[in-house]
Design a protein around this ligand. Structure first.
Ligand code: ASP
Length: 441
């Protein structure tokens, strides 16, 4: 393969590299498991080569999560909260984001609980896996024991010390702090505050660029992580993966084909077929780029020109939505966390699942609208619940397909949201998509 991280423009596209990494790592790991299951050199290889490569990739993702989430949320609130022009639209958008994202995560959590795609790994293999890192195993147990419950879970959302919360990876507390900071910045708007908001924009842009670089390492990390896992576990692990992909696609399908059309009909009386025909360019762009941000110009064009959404509403909702309204991502985060919990045999009670729901809603707001943008958030949530974050290596190899589908759901949610928010706004002329499309045809 002629591709190397230093020559990113040449050779295969990244998703093909990742697919190759997946196949190479998996096949090599399976062969090693089949022929040399108990060989000393295999253990040395995973311990000193493939495990550290995978860990390096995960650490690079972890490194970015706190600055990314903080800057994205501050910017999101500041953008929503400009009281002069967009107060009401902002509030409606916020309600839309919270409502539809919560529905999405709920669908994901119900699907993963019903279908249980992560269960079924023989006890001996699971034990082997957990045993692989004795130190981490200890941490997991300790974390499990110290997990707070009930009212404490809610109180912990408000950090006593935001720096300590960031240092301990308490993501939800950091998000709460960022939201409060954003609200403060919106109300004040002094020159000093504006400088701060500009700095947040800088931090956000830098994080996006760094994620782009880190994701380029993914093919190697995928190969290494998959090798480590399949060399230890053998063939069964692949069966688990097919069930995971099926669960994600089913839940995304429910959101895309049932929830969106229902909401569109309830709020706007627009038929799903007319909507899909109008939104088609954005749907195709998002599917092929796996990036909400890259699809933004197309979503704006579609909302304004093909679906009759007033320009200021389309600009506001679609722009903010490209980073803050990610229904598919939220759903995917929920399923992935629970799937890996099932896979590793980590039991999560109802309280913890509700906590995961809240984290996924905010995690989707904080995730970047780029390919693989949700991966750092997932890695962080996994660690918070004592689920080995290297399990993320399992899903990376099939992530491109899932990313394409969840980004399509993300972008469709933005466009539907702009139509719903536009309803009842003064500048809004009634949307009659069917007539407009018929006239345009
Ligand atoms: N690729 C997604 C988007 O741009 C984000 C993600 O879920 O990774 O919307």
């Amino acid at each position: 393969m002629s591709v190397s991280p230093s020559s990113p423009k040449r050779g295969l596209e990244l998703h093909w590299q990742m697919a190759i990494g997946f196949v190479v790592g998996t096949v090599a790991g399976l062969l090693a498991n089949f022929y040399f299951a108990n060989a000393g050199w295999l253990e040395t290889l995973t311990q000193y080569v493939t495990d550290p490569i995978g860990q390096l990739f995960l650490r690079l993702l972890f490194m970015l999560v706190i600055p990314l989430v903080f800057s994205a949320l501050v910017l999101g609130v500041v953008e929503i909260g400009d009281p002069k022009s967009l107060g009401r639209i902002g509030l409606k958008t916020l309600l839309w984001i919270l409502l539809v994202t919560t529905i999405a995560v709920t669908i994901g959590l119900v699907a993963v609980n019903l279908l249980q795609p992560g269960h079924g790994l023989p006890e001996a293999q699971r034990a082997l896996l957990m045993e692989a890192g004795a130190q981490r195993g200890g941490e997991i147990v300790a974390k499990g024991q110290s997990n707070p419950s009930g009212i404490e879970l809610l109180l912990n959302i408000v950090p006593k010390n935001p720096i300590a919360a960031a240092a301990n990876g308490e993501l939800i507390s950091v998000m709460f702090f960022a939201l409060m900071f954003g609200i403060g910045a919106t109300v004040l708007r002094t020159p000093g505050v504006n400088t701060f908001v500009g700095a947040c924009q800088g931090v956000y842009d830098i994080c996006l660029r760094l994620i782009e670089w880190v994701i380029k390492l993914a093919p190697y990390a995928v190969a290494a992580l998959l090798f480590s896992i399949t060399a230890k576990l053998g063939f069964e692990v692949l069966v688990q993966l097919a069930r995971f992909v099926g669960t994600v696609l089913l839940a995304l399908g429910v959101h895309f084909f049932i929830v969106f059309p229902t909401l569109l009909w309830l709020f706007c009386r627009v038929s799903p077929l007319a909507f899909w025909r109008g939104a088609q360019p954005a749907i195709l762009t998002s599917f092929s780029t796996s990036s909400s941000s890259a699809t933004l110009p197309t979503s704006l064009m579609v909302a304004e020109e093909r679906l009759g959404v007033p320009r200021q509403v389309a600009r506001f909702v679609c722009t903010l939505g490209a980073t803050a309204n990610m229904n598919g991502t939220a759903l995917f985060e929920g399923i992935t966390v629970l799937f890996l919990a099932q896979f590793y045999g980590v039991h999560l009670g109802l309280g913890q699942q509700v906590m995961i729901l809240v984290l996924c809603v905010f995690g989707a707001i904080g995730a970047a609208g780029v390919p693989g943008g949700s991966l750092p958030v997932i890695a962080m949530i996994l660690a918070m619940f004592g689920i080995p974050p290297e399990g993320i290596g399992l899903i990376l190899g099939v992530d491109r397909l899932l990313d394409m589908c969840r980004t399509t759901v993300n972008v469709t949610g933005d466009i539907v949201g702009s139509m719903v928010v536009a309803k009842g706004e003064p500048a809004h002329h009634e949307i009659s998509v069917e007539e407009e499309l018929r006239a345009g045809a």
